[in-house]
Every structure is written in structure tokens, then in C-alpha cells.
Design a protein. Structure first.
Length: 489
């Protein structure tokens, strides 16, 4: 029996886990995938929204603004990168200026600080690469950019340091109320929990509807993106939005916290809750719409493309709280954009609900701070040399594109919860995120994983499940010859 079972190890589940780890209780995060940050949290715009877009007076607006305010302190406590680069919403036609002014008024009503309506000249002074012919722009200085991987991992690691348990490769397939607790059916057995928190992203409605007659419905909304090389990272300095439409905030152009340029997303409602394939049509749309707001985007510098899914609730609302007919079951459902921005506030809100219902006591030994993986490139020369003298692995470059060392990769594996796959290493260290997209460093990362985890090469995966890199071995000329995707490694 555990006190609180959190279903889902994305940014919302990990934010809730971190907040609940402040209290004397047994918390377990249950995740169907092999690691944290494997769903919506790994494939999004990496934007911390200012809060002018959400409907005035809505829970979404309140949590967006509150989450934005918390981000500076949280990034310092947990040592993940965050920068307030500001955002611009571009209006291209005079007839749409009333919509831009309405967005400004809504932001003021939501409590967003520093909003300004800019003339075309003022907007171009801030961003010289905006397409000319503007009617105006809305400037939000509190908008920011973050690394969603490192933010989620930081929350998870801090939660783990404070006693939260993580169970991966554990899919919840059924939920039943059994007196004063819940029985969670998984392919790894039954988990009994006094309280359940539903942070399952695009699957959250399925879990909710197992315990409540007040049904909710979530539609996966797919968004496709293109990521450009570091050479394009300074093409814009702000996050550039189009005026929001029926399906969201439109295609944006933004620098990333790591110095790349990101464009996207599209918005298409699909039936497949795992449908993260990219399409030629979608990527063409991304490029065409990005070019409407920003001129000269160097599309020849695209190094990868990807797609993510947003959990769109029918009423475009965050669904947070206990259903009347399911006491002890707390939803954190329908968390689409601005979900990443709202995550710190959602974590606190859900933790407050659970704390009050279970009369939880605060720990006297809660550890509020976490330090990230040592990055030798961020140290001074003497500090770096001293680190390498103490541990030569920090002087061995494995990923040339991003300058990632063996020491960083080993540290990513040995942490809790640690990396167990190539993508797990990539999210924690950026090894494989550069121009060659693992073409050079993949074999080296695989060898370190094999060594550190003490498993054969066939058990090393790209992203868990059936994504093995080396798929088998056959005899050849009296020796062993690797076959499959990893041939020749």
C-alpha cells in the first residue's frame, strides 16, 4: 500500500511528485514508458508563456501566470536553464489590430506584467528579421524559453532525492475503488494506493472515465516542428507568434535555450494517441507559415524534425481536482499549452488538494535544491583541468557536435532516476542532439550504457520497448557478427 500513486512521469506528474515529496508520505510515480519525459513533455515548443492568451478569469489563465512567476526561483533551486527572452505576437493586417488589442486587454486582466502594444517600427527595432508590412505587435517581456527535458528531469531527480519512487515500463490498465483505497492494475501486478493522481496526458480521460461517471474527453492534437542548427540560433532573439486561431497559437519561430532555432507547430486533431509521425505536408506548412512572420529563415539548416501531441480537452480547459463520485482520485487532465508554463503552479495546486485530504505533515529534512550534471564546458579553465585530473572521463569527448563528455554520460546513467536508453542520455546531456543526430556518438553512448548497466548490447534501446539498436547476432567465419540496425557497431 502506498499513500499516493501518480500516473504519468511527464512534467506535470513530476512537478506534482516534487511538491508532494515535501510531506511525510509514500509517493510512487507510475509510468508506462521507460523514462520520465517520454510523452507530450518531450516534444513541444519549450516556451514559458506570459499568460495573455488564456480566457480571462479561467483556471488556465491563473495557473499560467502563477507558473510563469515561479519559474525563476524554480530554475535556480533545481539548476535547469531558463531565460526570459520575451515574446512578440505579430499582426500583419490593420483589420486584425482589434484582435491584437483584445489580446493585450486580456493579458492585463490576467495579471501579465509589462505588456506593450508596439508600432511596426518598434517591433522591427526589436526584431530586424520580422517580415515587413506589419500592422503592429504585442510585446510580453515575461515570456521565456526553457529546456522541457531538463526541467522535467530536474523535478524528477529532486522528487527522488526526497523519497519518491519511480516505476517505469508500468502501464496502468485498470482502476477500481476498493473501500478507502484504489487498486491499480498494471502488467507488473496490482498497486494499491490511498490516493491516485491522474497526470497521464493524452490518456488521462481514459483513466478518469474508469472511476467517474462525469466523463471527460481528450483529443490528441498533433503538432509538427523543425529544429535548426546552432548556426541559425540568433536569427531571432524573441519568441515570435502569429495571432492565435481556433486550433491554438499558430506556428512560432523561437530561439531555444541551447542556441538552436525552432519553428512550429502545426495543429491537427487525430485519433491515434501515439501518432507522432511527421509528414511532408505538415513540415511544408511549418516552413511556409514561419516565413509569413520571419524573413530569411535558413531552412537549409534544419537538422531534424519531430511531432508531439497535446492533450486537448473538449472545452479547452485544465481539468484539475476530485470528481464528486470518485473521492481520492485527483485529475490533472487536459493539460495542453500553456501546460509547461503552468506546471509549477499545477504541482502546488494538486499537492495542496492531496495534503489537505490526507492531513499530511511537512518533512523536516526536505531537500529543496538539486544540482545538474557537471558540464566541463561551463567551468573556468582551472576548474575544468582540476575536474579532469580527478576524473579523466570528463576530458573524453563522446558527442563532438554538442561537446558532451564521457563523464557527463556516466553521471546521467548513475543518477536517480537515471538514463537507460540513447534517448534518455540525449535528454539529459544533449549527446546526439547536434548536427549529425547521433551518427558519430551513437556507438560510443551505447558502449557506455552497456558497460554501466552491465547488459548485453542487444538490450540497449533507442527509447525503450521494441527500439533495440542491435537486434541479434549470427555466426560468421567462426566469429560473432552483429546484425540489424546496429550492424558494424
Amino acid at each position: 500500500m502506498i499513500d499516493i500513486g501518480i500516473i504519468g512521469a511527464g512534467v506535470i506528474g513530476c512537478a506534482i511528485a516534487r511538491e508532494l515529496s515535501r510531506y511525510e508520505c509514500r509517493v510512487c510515480v507510475i509510468e508506462k514508458c521507460e523514462d520520465v519525459c517520454c510523452g507530450t513533455s518531450k516534444a513541444n515548443s519549450a516556451i514559458i508563456h506570459a499568460g495573455y492568451d488564456a480566457p480571462a478569469g479561467s483556471l488556465m489563465a491563473r495557473l499560467n501566470v502563477e507558473g510563469n512567476k515561479r519559474m525563476d526561483a524554480l530554475s535556480r533551486e533545481l539548476d535547469f536553464p531558463f531565460r526570459r527572452n520575451g515574446s512578440l505576437v505579430i499582426c500583419r493586417e490593420e483589420k486584425e489590430m482589434s484582435a491584437l488589442r483584445a489580446l493585450y486587454e486580456r493579458g492585463i486582466g490576467n495579471g501579465v506584467k509589462g505588456l506593450r502594444l508596439l508600432s511596426p517600427m518598434e517591433a522591427l527595432e526589436r526584431e530586424p528579421n520580422l517580415q515587413e508590412g506589419l500592422a503592429g505587435a504585442l510585446y510580453a517581456p515575461t515570456g521565456g524559453i526553457v529546456c522541457p527535458f531538463l526541467m522535467t528531469i530536474a523535478l524528477a531527480e529532486n522528487a527522488a532525492a526526497n523519497g519518491v519512487e519511480f516505476r517505469f515500463d508500468t502501464e496502468v490498465t485498470g482502476i477500481d475503488r476498493a473501500g478507502d483505497f484504489y487498486r491499480l492494475e498494471t502488467q507488473r501486478g496490482i498497486v494499491e494506493s490511498r490516493f491516485v493522481v491522474n497526470a497521464a496526458g493524452v490518456y488521462a480521460d481514459l483513466l478518469h472515465n474508469m472511476v467517474s461517471k462525469e466523463s471527460i474527453h481528450i483529443t490528441p492534437r498533433k503538432g509538427e516542428y523543425c529544429l535548426l542548427d546552432h548556426s541559425a540560433g540568433d536569427h531571432v532573439s524573441h519568441t515570435i507568434f502569429m495571432l492565435p486561431g481556433r486550433l491554438g497559437k499558430g506556428v512560432l519561430v523561437t530561439p531555444t535555450i541551447h542556441g538552436n532555432l525552432l519553428i512550429g507547430p502545426t495543429a491537427a486533431d487525430i485519433p491515434d494517441r501515439a501518432g507522432t509521425n511527421t509528414t511532408g505536408e505538415g513540415l511544408k506548412e511549418v516552413m511556409e507559415k514561419a516565413a509569413v512572420s520571419v524573413k530569411g529563415v535558413p531552412f537549409d539548416q534544419v537538422i531534424t524534425s519531430f511531432a508531439g501531441l497535446r492533450a486537448h480537452e473538449d472545452g479547452h480547459a485544465f481539468v484539475i481536482g476530485e470528481p464528486e463520485d470518485a473521492p481520492g482520485f485527483v485529475d490533472a487532465a487536459g493539460i495542453e499549452s500553456p501546460g509547461l508554463s503552468s506546471a509549477p503552479a499545477i504541482g502546488a495546486m494538486v499537492a495542496d488538494i492531496v495534503r489537505e485530504r490526507l492531513s499530511l505533515r511537512e518533512k523536516s529534512d526536505f531537500v529543496a535544491c538539486r544540482r545538474g550534471i557537471i558540464n566541463p564546458a561551463g567551468l573556468g579553465m582551472e576548474e575544468r583541468n582540476q575536474l579532469i585530473r580527478e576524473n579523466p572521463a570528463y576530458g573524453t569527448i563522446i558527442c563532438r557536435c554538442e561537446g558532451v563528455t564521457e563523464g557527463e554520460i556516466v553521471e546521467a546513467i548513475r543518477r536517480a532516476p537515471g538514463a537507460r536508453s540513447l534517448d534518455g542520455i540525449k535528454r539529459r546531456t544533449r549527446a546526439g542532439m547536434g548536427r549529425c543526430q547521433s551518427g558519430f556518438c551513437g556507438p560510443g553512448v551505447m558502449e557506455i550504457l552497456r558497460r554501466e548497466l552491465s547488459v548485453p548490447a542487444e538490450e540497449i534501446t533507442k527509447a525503450g520497448g521494441g527500439s533495440a539498436i542491435v537486434t541479434g547476432r549470427t555466426k560468421r567465419n567462426g566469429g560473432m557478427h552483429k546484425t540489424g540496425k546496429g550492424e558494424g557497431l
